[in-house]
Design a protein around this ligand. Sequence first.
Ligand SMILES: NC(=O)c1ccc[n+]([C@@H]2O[C@H](COP(=O)([O-])OP(=O)(O)OC[C@H]3O[C@@H](n4cnc5c(N)ncnc54)[C@H](O)[C@@H]3O)[C@@H](O)[C@H]2O)c1
Length: 333
Amino acid sequence: MNGSPKVAVAGAGAWGRNHVRTLHGLGALAGVVDVSAEACAWMRETYPEVPAWTSLAEACQGEPGLRGLVVATPAPTHTELTLEALGQGLGVLVEKPMTLVSGEARDLVERAEAGGSTLMVGHLLLYQPAIQELKRLLDGGVVGKVHRFHFERMQLGRVRSAENALWSLAPHDVAVLLHLAGEAPSTVEASGAAFLQPGIHDDVHLELTFPQGCSAHIHVGWYWPSKTRGIRVLGERGMIVYEEDGQTLTLHRKRFLGTHGPAGPACSDQGSSLVFQGEGEPLVVEDAHFLHCLTTGRTPLSDGRSGLDVIRVLERGDLSLRNLPTPPTRSRP
Ligand SMILES: NC(=O)c1ccc[n+]([C@@H]2O[C@H](COP(=O)([O-])OP(=O)(O)OC[C@H]3O[C@@H](n4cnc5c(N)ncnc54)[C@H](O)[C@@H]3O)[C@@H](O)[C@H]2O)c1
């Protein structure tokens, strides 16, 4: 990407290294900011020509033309680093979860808006062509009115200590659900189990209802025998299955008819077909979108406000998980 704005990555850990590779490939990587000697050593070895700094202040001094920062550090550090970057006049792409408290997410949105800076959240799934196609199919009425969304994101995965499986894994699914449903939920309830670390849930079920009548279920967990990631949409005239691994959409022309026999509603099954197969790397699309927004001032698809909406749902789910009272639905600030 010629003439691309220069962007640094804060946090060259397991996930941040993917941003490093992607932004380097896009010709936009200014350097890396990481407090760990091991991460800086990896950087010097892998990309000897790209600087590694230990603080954002150092990065801004070392690269005066810096335009943006990708924050890929552990979740509890997101707010402070993002505020610091916005204070330096940088645009920010902050990884999910944007923050662990909705008040902090709101502060970030307000700060970015006051300074006219780009604020984007790393809701990767929104950049998958298959998810965008699913949105087009649903908005086009292919399955009629949607009764229910069913999301699954389970595998034997990385167990985190700063956040539970809800905060670690569900941000992707909540972001996609809000995008597909097009409105904030009326109710959010959660249940789950914590068995590896006290008080940190390993397996979580989230149940949501929406003002226009549909409902949704999200199941996430890192203690699971196999990798299961996908969405099922149950509509009045058909169903769609999204499989994340193959980025496929399958349309099932199956439904229940309005005519009721003695055995209950009659079922119609007119078969299934693959209607979409995506390709490419969503992280390349996401990072290229961030660079485009930095250059043009366009509002990102996963902007700070949509990130705040996601955090509010997670926060309500977390309160429910802990059997604490949940606040009523809030409209955007
Ligand atoms: N979008 C996705 O699909 C996706 C996937 C995995 C992880 N993530 C998110 O990415 C973030 C990082 O996850 P990870 O698995 O790479 O974590 P990690 O622990 O592997 O790496 C974090 C890195 O940040 C560095 N760091 C910590 N505090 C710092 C600070 N104040 N300044 C600079 N560097 C600092 C650490 O030294 C480490 O190198 C998390 O928010 C996680 O939820 C997103």
